[in-house]
Design a protein. Structure first.
Length: 87
């Protein structure tokens, strides 16, 4: 079976990012937000378009692409009805 450290490395975002860096793979910037102001700040750091999703939600609830602040506000409002955090 799969060794426990390997499973942990794939489930922990920080460890996974470190492992990707070790082999020279780049990853997209990612931030979490617990309110609309944090979401807007993160999106503007990353630059549009951004992909957002509700944390801890299965099936893509509150997920999608936002091309600007207005789209992000609408999508974030929907995502925050299913989760207290968006990614």
């Amino acid at each position: 079976g799969t060794q426990i450290p390997v499973i942990e490395a794939t489930e922990d975002r920080e460890i996974f990012s470190q492992k990707l860096a070790e082999i020279g793979e780049t990853i997209a910037l990612s931030y979490s937000a617990t309110n609309l102001d944090e979401a807007l700040e993160a999106a503007n750091k990353i630059g549009y378009p951004v992909l957002i999703r509700a944390a801890y939600a299965l099936g893509g609830l509150g997920s999608g692409f936002a091309a600007n602040d207005d789209e992000l506000k609408a999508m974030a409002a929907k995502a925050f009805t299913t989760s207290d955090q968006i990614l």
